[in-house]
Design a protein around this ligand. Structure first.
Ligand code: NAD
Length: 499
């Protein structure tokens, strides 16, 4: 452990117990080439410290540590694996406030949101997968041949590279590590370069929980260096990636070398469809939170809003009124308040997208600009009048920007909702149950929410249609994704009774 962080704004206590090295083989080690990443507080723009950055030699070391650990971890009794996962969950909760403060500092989440999204959601995921450890089953099966005894087993792959984005770093790390360990695999986790703090703290929790050395290795580093080395590494058997479509495609290409198993949770441009018969109070509030929660830096953010024409003027007036009331800036502490974009680069990208939207014909109903000149804040933004083929309707913005369009009837709504290369999430607001379920069946999306948006839970399989990804996470689907099936066949002697 070390206290090697530069300290700003009284966060010395927060940083005091934070490991400062890469976590490889159960030890904290310095990057071989001394690599570092600046830690920037997006609420102020200040550099508050540095995190270690793994180079390719460190990745080799982490994969070797994982391979070594896999030999025993894959044979560890399921009940023991479950005990350890449960203990990780307990420790996450025990350190919940510290983890929330680290996430608020690193990502810029308002404190109440960080409290809710960080330790509790990560702990839920570890507990859910603790329950799976002893329930991974194969089958016995009949064959068309006489005296053949056959059964199947589900077995782990080995070293899994797990690469996560910056928007909910601890939660994403839990989504990856929990099913990986439950199934007897080992993890090399690479957090995003913009957000390493909770991942570093998690290495401490792994050690305290009794995770054997090398079973979880945590290697902060740059995508183009550490991420690329993992994606191409011949010692990695499976790669689980969450991030943008572009990086997902690069990773899929890199994985071809040794035909790694690949799961991809990618971007989205989720459609939020409000019919005229919806409960308007709920639909307006739900549509606001579907795009403005966490500044829209959410893979399922409902960034395309389609409202039935007869209620469009009233609905938009109410949504604009709500957007204007959102607390933004340094005062943002509440669950629904608006924190900053994660980095200056991302803030400039979001503002650039708004400007592109306007240049292509969109009208700004509210927002449309940076908030203040300290930190990386973008005002809640509602755009209207954008053509369906314009950039802001087609491309993921990943900021607090929604594009609203009126529609005429069920088919029109469905056509526009499905007119996207993405298919991660979709919502529909109506009091008509038949309409809601017909919409759910027809919309091309991995998740559909009815009279709600963005509910995610470890029990519920999650993933994307179209270019929003490959495979599913959560539920039993993750158990399948982290195991391969083996068929064992025995030729028996003829049965004594029959002969
Ligand atoms: P990103 O693709 O830029 O980076 C994600 C991760 O990939 C980071 O750890 C990064 O370091 C790494 N990376 C970058 N280049 C790499 C390379 N060449 N090889 C290997 N790894 C590399 O995405 P981001 O900007 O960090 O995150 C935002 C994106 O993530 C959005 O598109 C969002 O929709 C998506 N996302 C998806 C989900 C989901 O579950 N579907 C959840 C959260 C975020």
């Amino acid at each position: 452990m070390s206290t090697a962080y530069a300290v700003a704004r009284g966060e010395s206590v927060l940083f005091a117990d934070l490991p400062s090295g890469l976590y490889i083989g159960g030890e904290w080690v310095k990057p071989a080439d001394g690599g570092q990443i600046d830690i920037i507080d997006p609420r102020t723009g200040e550099t508050v410290g540095t995190a270690p950055a793994a180079g390719t030699a460190d990745i080799d070391r982490a994969v070797a540590a994982g391979s070594q650990a896999f030999r025993t971890w894959s044979r560890t009794a399921p009940a023991e694996r479950a005990r350890i996962l449960w203990r990780i969950a307990d420790l996450l909760e025990q350190h919940g406030e510290t983890l929330a403060r680290l996430e608020a500092l690193d990502v810029g989440m308002p404190m109440d949101l960080a409290r809710e999204l960080t330790a509790p959601r990560a702990a839920d995921t570890f507990r859910y997968y603790a329950g799976w450890c002893g329930k991974i089953e194969g089958n016995t099966t009949q064959t068309s041949l006489p005296d053949v005894h056959a059964y199947t087993r589900r077995e782990p792959y080995g070293v899994c590279a797990q690469i996560v984005p910056w928007n909910a770093p601890l939660k994403m790390a839990a989504w990856k590590i929990a099913p990986c360990l439950a199934t007897g695999n080992v993890s090399v986790l690479k957090p995003a370069e913009d957000t390493n703090l909770t991942a570093l703290f998690l290495s401490r929790i792994m050690a305290e929980a009794g995770v054997p050395p090398g079973v979880v290795n945590i290697v902060p580093g740059y995508g183009a260096v550490a991420g690329a080395a993992l994606a191409a590494h011949p010692g990695v058997a499976k790669i689980a990636f969450t991030g943008s479509v572009g990086t997902g495609k690069t990773i899929a290409q890199a994985a071809l070398g040794n035909l790694k198993k690949v799961t991809l949770e990618l971007g989205g441009k989720s459609a939020n469809v409000v019919f005229a018969d919806a409960d308007l109070d709920r639909a307006v509030a739900g549509s606001a939170s579907a795009i403005f929660l966490h500044g829209g830096q959410v893979c399922v953010a409902a960034s395309r809003l389609y409202v039935e024409r007869s209620i469009y003027p009233e609905f938009m007036a109410r949504l604009v009124e709500l957007a204007k009331k959102i607390v933004i800036g340094r005062e943002a502490k509440g669950f629904a308040d608006l924190g900053p974009m994660v980095s200056e680069r991302h803030m400039r990208r979001v503002i650039g997208m708004i400007e592109t939207g306007v240049s292509e014909g969109a009208t700004v109903l509210t927002g449309g600009e940076r908030h203040g000149d300290e930190g990386f804040y973008v005002r809640p933004t509602i755009l209207a009048d954008a053509a369906q083929d314009s950039t802001v309707v087609r491309e993921e913005i990943f900021g607090p920007v929604v594009v609203a369009t009126p529609f005429d009837g069920f088919e029109d709504a469905l056509r526009m909702a499905n007119d996207s290369i993405y298919g991660l999430g979709a919502s529909v607001w109506t009091r008509d149950l038949s309409k809601a379920h017909h919409f759910a069946a027809e919309v091309q999306s991995g998740m559909v929410w009815i009279n709600s948006h963005g509910i995610l839970d470890p029990h519920l399989p999650f993933g994307g249609y179209r270019q929003s990804g490959w495979g599913r996470e959560f539920g039993k689907e993750s158990i399948d994704a982290y195991t391969q099936m083996k068929t064992v066949v025995t030729q028996l002697d003829p049965c004594p009774i029959a002969s």
